[in-house]
Design a protein. Structure first.
Length: 120
């Protein structure tokens, strides 16, 4: 697999750690951010190929983050990760490429990332 960097944006440290471990097993390079503002800073330092995004976070939520990301001209695909029943609708609202509903399984997460990641 070519080098693919994934940015996990979630305010729950346990979720970030679990998702990070899953992706690293599959050979992905992983960065983490606790909210949308931290994620925007991380993107300026090293742009990811895919973003895994929780929608409900303090400081800057998923909607605000996605809006600012696109305003800045960053085209990378977003996979929404949320426990809300409205996951599909929320993904549509921010033009996300995919979504996974929490709690999600290993295979569901990996398939979502593989579906949207750039092919190399």
């Amino acid at each position: 697999m070519p080098d693919v960097r994934v940015l996990i944006v979630d305010d729950e440290p346990d979720i970030r750690a679990t998702v990070s471990a899953m992706l690293e097993i599959e050979g992905y390079d992983v960065d983490e951010a606790a909210n949308g503002a931290d994620a925007l800073d991380a993107i300026e330092r090293h742009a990811p190929d895919v973003i895994l995004l929780d929608m409900r976070m303090p400081v800057l939520d998923g909607w605000g983050f996605a809006h600012e990301l696109r305003r800045r001209g960053h085209p990378m695909p977003i996979v929404v990760m949320t426990a809300a029943r409205d996951a599909a609708r929320w993904a549509g609202e921010i033009a996300a490429s995919a979504f996974v509903s929490k709690p999600f399984g290993y295979d569901d997460l990996i398939m979502a990332v593989e579906r949207v990641r750039p092919s190399g």
